[in-house]
Design a protein around this ligand. Sequence first.
Ligand SMILES: [Ca+2]
Ligand SMILES: [Ca+2]
Length: 393
Amino acid sequence: MIGYVVEKGVSTFKLTKRITVLAAKVAFFLFLSLFLLGLWVNSTRVRDSESTDNRMNDAPSEEASSPQDATIATDNPPVEEKSTPRAMLPEEPSGEITNSIGMKLKLIPAGEFQMGSGLSAAELAKQFGRDASSFENEYPSHPVRITKPFYLGQHEVTVEQFRRFVSDRDYETEAESDGKGSYGFDLATGEVELNLNYTWLETGFQQGDDHPVVNVSWNDAVAFCSWLSRKENMEYRLPTEAEWEYSCSSNTTTLYQHGDNQDELALEGNVADRTLAEILLKSKVTMTGGIKTKDDYATTAPVGCFRMNEFGVCDMHGNVREWCQDWFGLYPNDSVVDPTGPKSGPVSGPIRVFRGSGWHGFAMGSRSAARFGSSPDNRSNSIGFRVLRSSIK
Ligand SMILES: [Ca+2]
Ligand SMILES: [Ca+2]
């Protein structure tokens, strides 16, 4: 009985166990089926999602011309990249750039130099046969630090470049607008004449489009810079006197960028030379100064005819004199950083600086340290300008 019961109990136990095992298998199968079904549904959703994203991302490039797709693209913009927009990146300084009017500009590095004459006024007076007082405004020689690189026009502003400004702005130079005209030069007579008919378009001598513009006042030059600044959304201006001398001397301490021999100016600057002297022999005028060598130009030369200096700029010593930004003032006694000159003109009258010599200037005035000044509304057939552009926008 016990055995039966036991047997029966065993039998009952075995039956119960089989049912339990079977139920477990069914449950496991159902669980596995549900699990696999779940995986499949989730996978399908992911695929649908990826497919939709691809369509959204592809739409602008594939159907950019479709207004409808353009709207879709706008409503569902692609994920924004975290990179900085290109326009916001700082501009990489380049050794040379060409601007929107074809003007080449050279990158002038930051640095230090000794501004003013390195020779005493007595030594200069002896060398050039002048009174020492002719050089007194070049002292004291003082250290100047230029802290930022800048772009400087490789050449003086040309007639063609100035014409673009005049045409675009419908601009009238001061020589045209104030009824006084400017200065012309007649090679046949050797005479310089102030005449209403003389303007930047008429100088009395032949000028091509690639010659430096002259008969422009300081005010005209500043107006040109303002026009170019607005046109390119960059800062253009006249160089300060310190920036000009730093660029002209270009790491040299001699009178000229090539050395101290004035007759070698013929290699790197158009000044009053034997070419002009020989032509004037036929006129009533006799030229008593000027270099003994020939630079082959009696009046203005096309810009860039002469060799460039160490900074890559041309015609700093000659061709035309160049307006600078500063009011004319006395030099400081101590070292200065990025000087901009006096805040106003001197007591003797408002005078703006111009630097370098020109086609009828003598070697004395071609020196890197030589200084000149004139009223900002003055104009001359030997004064032009070049521009400076900040290196970073
Ligand atoms: Ca010359
Ligand atoms: Ca010049």
